[in-house]
Design a protein around this ligand. Structure first.
Ligand code: F6P
Length: 344
């Protein structure tokens, strides 16, 4: 019989609910089903550079399923990013430390940036498996990343709560949802929370169209309006947030009292939803099956109801933005939700 494998796990990039569920899914499957040794790597790729390891036994993985954040810590360290020509060869150091630690494989849990790094490291000869996470839901190749559903619940509840205060004061409420490049979270939360105007980075907006729509609502005696904007929509440089720009423009143009709410990191904190716990656990367990089969250089993905895998090469460097022909956008238009797009 061959020697049990020794595997590393790290979490990299922005945190999100479900990271601990994924760590537990990997760790418990590896230990219980395959008798593997599991080593946690602290703070993403930084931990591999600094040899900051945390041995994980089965008891240490208990009680973390429902806990937000990541027990391993995270960082936005990008080892392939060259800062200057004098910089050290970080990928080389990472490979040396991986070999010195005697790792047979490394599970990298992260978003787009992490998958790009994971592919780079697998090209250097390391045995890598990727697990896609992010509240943005923008990792190429999977139907859904874990973290998205929890953030959707949080953002929807926040929008729900704005309705009553908006109604009491007869105000326009602008709420900013996370997502620099992708509008998944904004569109889904905006629709689920009954937003009247929804602005996403994938669709360029026309301010005049938005103002006309809001003035028309006021004319129709609608007592208030909810405007849901993604943080990544176009805005002038002098504004620090999209919500501030849109709220300022609305108040100036319509004369209706307008307030802004920036949801920020609340969307990434706290306990994962049941859906994300299941998805993260399934991803973690599948990652270990790939390792057991020596099937490396892969990222686990959700395709319909199944968890499968694709090559890291396929996902690396690609972003899954919301398609502009997404069915939900059509439904929104049919409901007279304003997407900011000029009618031709
Ligand atoms: O990628 C997840 C995310 O929360 C984005 O929605 C947001 O734009 C970004 O991270 C914020 O990054 P940071 O944690 O570095 O402030």
């Amino acid at each position: 019989m061959s020697k049990p494998k020794k595997i590393g796990i790290l979490t990299a990039g922005g945190d999100c609910p479900g990271l601990n569920a994924a760590i537990r899914g990997v760790g418990k499957t590896a230990i219980v089903k395959y008798n593997m040794e599991v080593i946690g790597v602290s703070a993403g790729f930084l931990g591999l550079l600094n040899k900051n390891f945390i041995p994980l036994d089965e008891p240490s993985l208990s009680g973390i399923l429902t806990v937000g954040g990541t027990i391993l810590g995270t960082s936005r360290e990008k080892p392939f990013k060259k800062k200057s020509f004098l910089s050290v060869d970080k990928p080389k150091i990472i490979k040396e430390n991986y070999e010195e630690k005697g790792l047979d494989a490394l599970v990298c849990i992260g978003g787009n940036g992490t998958m790009k790094t994971a592919y780079g490291l697998s090209e250097q000869g390391m045995n890598i498996i990727g697990i896609p996470k992010t509240i943005d839901n923008d990792v190429w190749g999977t139907d859904q990343t874990f973290g998205f559903d929890s953030a959707l619940n949080i953002a929807t509840e926040a929008i729900d709560r704005l309705h009553s205060t908006a109604n009491s004061h007869k105000r326009i409420m602008v709420i900013e949802v996370m997502g620099h490049h992708a509008g998944w979270l904004t569109l889904y939360a905006g629709m689920a929370g009954g937003g009247d105007v929804i602005l996403i980075p994938e669709l360029d907006y026309d301010l005049h169209t938005i103002m006309k729509y809001l003035k028309n609502r006021a004319k129709k005696k609608k007592p208030y309006s909810i405007v849901v904007v993604a943080e990544g929509i176009r805005k002038p440089k002098k504004y620090t947030s999209a919500a501030e720009y849109i709220a300022d423009s609305i108040e100036t143009e319509t004369g209706i009292e307008t307030r802004k709410t920036i949801l920020g990191y609340i969307q990434r904190g706290g306990s994962p939803s049941p859906y994300d716990r299941l998805l993260a656990t399934g991803y973690g367990a599948e990652a270990v099956e790939l390792i057991a089969n020596n099937d490396f250089g892969k990222m686990v993905v959700k395709k319909g109801e199944r968890i499968e895998s694709i090559s890291l090469k396929e996902t690396s460097g690609r972003l899954r933005v919301l398609p502009t022909n997404h069915p939900l956008l059509e439904k929104a238009k049919g409901l007279d939700i304003c997407l900011g797009v000029k009618k031709i």
